[in-house]
Design a protein around this ligand. Structure first.
Ligand SMILES: *[C@@H]1O[C@H](CO)[C@@H](O)[C@H](O)[C@H]1NC(C)=O
Ligand SMILES: *[C@@H]1O[C@H](CO)[C@@H](O)[C@H](O)[C@H]1NC(C)=O
Ligand SMILES: *[C@@H]1O[C@H](CO)[C@@H](O)[C@H](O)[C@H]1NC(C)=O
Ligand SMILES: *[C@@H]1O[C@H](CO)[C@@H](O)[C@H](O)[C@H]1NC(C)=O
Length: 641
């Protein structure tokens, strides 16, 4: 009871903590270090000149594939030539997963040289690297099945634009200031094959390196961090990766691909004020992002390939994405002009501005993509306002962008709970906790019912009494008690399987991590798989065994129960178990496809468990009646009473 209470309290505490962490209305105090960086008196404010302004682009998760969707590459080449020609960004950040690196059945994974060849030839044909600063970094797919960085399989070193593994600090220098771009490389080395390559890992050396880069970047006007993984999918030692990047205005990443369309926008803000902006994938969604620093105020827009005109309002900037800790937001109040970047392959004919639904006028062209409209910000100095800009081009296309802005001191907007939960939770810690709880629940049940005195049945048992009765039978029958207990412990202590985690390198997978090539890769996705194993196999198996034993105690045999038990229960119960067993069989096949035949045969948690399951089920029906006699007698007495 006490453990159950403790588990209950734990869950309640966790829920309270979650709500506290992500609930709207929380105004985070900016870190003092970041605050002292900002001079109190604002620098020149946005006006009518095309000064103190530059813009960059980001694209992520391209997944050039030998097997899937050839249009992906064609479109990407068009992006590198046409889109980049129109936008002319100062630099382009490609945040990982340049190639797909999956086998044809999409289950296995390996580096495929042809895919890298394709990537390189797109860069060459489009000459994109001559037109802009092209910074392409690795994602988890680009590090599948790589024993070490110097391996010939590490095609990133040979075919990418940047070609250097590891984190780095790139400074974009302009006449009006220096801008830091810090790449955070959390890809695994050695790089196991999928799926145990979903989380990034930073060790203490990486953290020190990044920490010194963060210190260097303090001399820059603004700092952007970028990487493949969202911070929620990076394992990092104390003080944690979010603290390390707290002086950055934003962290740009990819990896989650809009979660299959469930979360088309994944943006949030760290407790220290840094924005975390996940970008949807190029692979299926053809997304890219445009970011601008205008007078050191960051603005951005997430766009779809070939949807023109592209519009980015740089002043007044969006309130939601404002960070008082990193930006001198009072510049908006001192600005003289509304500023808009508008891009289109065709001549832009109209840039119409309205605030709060009132048409303010048409912005006029300054130079390049910049359009401005004189305004009086004092009129909007209080409360929330909404700006909308509609751009039309000579081809007759038009698009509208808008956002909320405000200049009041204490006004702010909060991000949605779900995107904050996805981006700001350390999912590996949550998964570890839940896995621990599910295993503890099973072991607790087994121990309690083994040593608890069984109460005598009085009258025909209801659902609760039947459940408890069957748990007593299971826990007090040695075969089942020890089998289920050992299975439960084994799920925690493993190994789940031994196989070619990397081609030519035998590794072992445990719930708490993967050993391969003399390295230990800390567990993350393993805990998620562990939870699935517990919830969709180990626990249902125990329930199924209990149910079979209960039927036995009612004096039924395998043959007779089909006729005597109401089909209402029997059919769904067997069907459910058959389904779960099929899933378990599929995961054996999956294991064979992902980590090879050795893994298939040497997998106590998969293939062996299928055998064990069949044996246990067979045992429930063949257990000698004498072993169950006391229960059968009791059941008979109470049923006849
Ligand atoms: C960048 O920082 C320098 C030094 O603090 C400052 O003089 C300059 O005005 C800043 N640039 C912009 C665009 O604000
Ligand atoms: C940018 O950095 C360079 C070298 O680090 C420095 O000489 C220059 O003054 C900096 N520019 C600004 C505007 O701060
Ligand atoms: C904004 O202020 C200017 C000058 O103070 C005034 O002429 C104008 O009518 C105001 N506009 C609005 C929408 O209140
Ligand atoms: C903003 O908040 C601070 C501290 O919470 C307070 O001192 C200040 O008066 C507030 N300003 C406005 C305009 O409400």
């Amino acid at each position: 009871m006490r453990a159950r209470l403790a588990a209950g309290l734990l869950v309640a505490g966790l829920a309270a903590l979650l709500l506290d962490c992500y609930s709207p209305g929380r105004s985070a105090p900016p870190p003092s270090a970041a605050r002292v960086r900002r001079p109190p008196a604002p620098e020149p404010a946005p006006g009518a000149e095309a000064a103190r302004l530059f813009w960059i682009a980001q694209v992520s998760d391209i997944h050039i594939s030998r097997f899937q969707d050839p249009k992906r590459v064609l479109d990407f080449e068009k992006f590198c030539s046409e889109t980049i020609n129109i936008i002319q960004p100062a630099l382009v950040l490609v945040t990982g997963d340049l190639t797909d690196a999956k086998t044809k059945d999409k289950l296995g994974s390996e580096q495929i040289e042809v895919e890298w060849h394709t990537y390189q030839s797109v860069l060459k044909r489009s000459r994109v690297m001559e037109k802009t600063k092209w910074i392409d970094i690795k994602g988890n797919h680009d590090s599948f099945n790589i024993p070490h960085l110097k391996s010939a399989q590490n095609y990133y070193r040979k075919y990418s634009g940047w070609r250097k593994d590891g984190s780095f600090h790139y400074i974009h220098s302009t006449p009006f200031g220096n801008y830091s771009f810090i790449c955070l490389d959390a890809t695994l080395s050695p790089g196991p094959k999928r799926p145990y390559n979903f989380f990034g890992i930073l060790n203490t050396n990486h953290m020190e390196e990044l920490s010194s880069m963060a210190a260097e970047s303090r001399h820059s006007n603004q700092t952007i961090w970028f990487g493949h993984y969202p911070t929620s999918t990076i394992i990092s030692p104390s003080p944690g990766i979010r603290t390390l990047m707290s002086s950055a205005t934003a962290y740009l990443c990819g990896h989650l691909h809009t979660l299959g369309g469930l979360m088309p926008v994944l943006h949030s803000r760290h407790p220290h004020g840094t924005l975390e902006l996940e970008l949807g994938d190029w692979m299926d969604n053809r997304r890219y992002r445009l970011l601008a620093f205008d007078h050191d105020l960051l603005s951005f827009v997430d766009l779809h390939f070939e949807e023109w005109p592209a519009v980015l309002i740089t002043n007044p900037k969006s309130l939601l994405y404002s960070s008082p800790a990193h930006e001198a937001l009072t510049k908006i109040l001192h600005s003289t002009h509304i500023r808009i970047l508008a891009f289109s392959p065709d001549f832009i004919t109209l840039v119409k501005v309205s605030i709060d639904g009132v048409h303010l006028g048409d912005a006029h062209h300054v130079s390049g993509p910049l359009y401005v409209l004189k305004w009086n910000p004092q009129n909007y100095s209080e409360g929330f306002h909404h700006i909308d800009v509609t751009v039309q081009d000579a081809a007759g296309k038009s698009s509208t962008q808008g956002h909320m802005f405000a200049m009041g001191e204490n006004l702010s907007l909060k991000f949605g709970f779900l995107s904050s939960f996805i981006l700001l939770t350390d999912h590996y810690i949550l998964a570890r906790l839940l896995f621990g709880v599910t295993v503890a629940v099973q072991i607790f049940l087994l121990l309690v019912f083994r040593y608890l005195q069984k109460p005598t049945l009085k009258g025909p048992p209801g659902l609760v009494m039947s459940t408890s009765f069957s748990l007593h039978v299971l826990s007090k029958t040695n075969t089942f008690y020890y089998s289920v207990l050992i299975l439960s412990l084994y799920t925690v202590l493993g190994p789940w399987f031994v196989g070619e985690v990397i081609d030519g390198q035998i590794g072992a997978c445990f719930s708490f991590g993967v050993f391969v090539g003399g390295h230990f890769l800390q567990g993350s996705l393993t805990f998620v798989v562990g939870i699935l194993q517990m919830v969709f196999f180990n626990l249902p198996l125990m329930a199924y065994l209990c149910w079979c034993l209960l039927l036995r105690c009612q004096g039924l045999s395998f043959h007779s129960h089909i006729y005597q038990v109401r089909c209402f229960w029997a059919v769904p119960a067997h069907l459910a178990m058959a389904l779960l067993l099929t899933w378990q069989l599929y995961s054996c096949y999956f294991l064979q496809r992902t980590y090879g035949t050795l893994a298939f045969f040497f997998s106590p948690m998969k293939t062996w468990l299928v055998v064990l399951t069949l044996v246990l089920i067979w045992r429930t029906w063949t257990l000698s009646t004498s072993e169950l006699r006391t229960y059968i007698v009791e059941m008979k007495n109470c049923q006849s009473s």
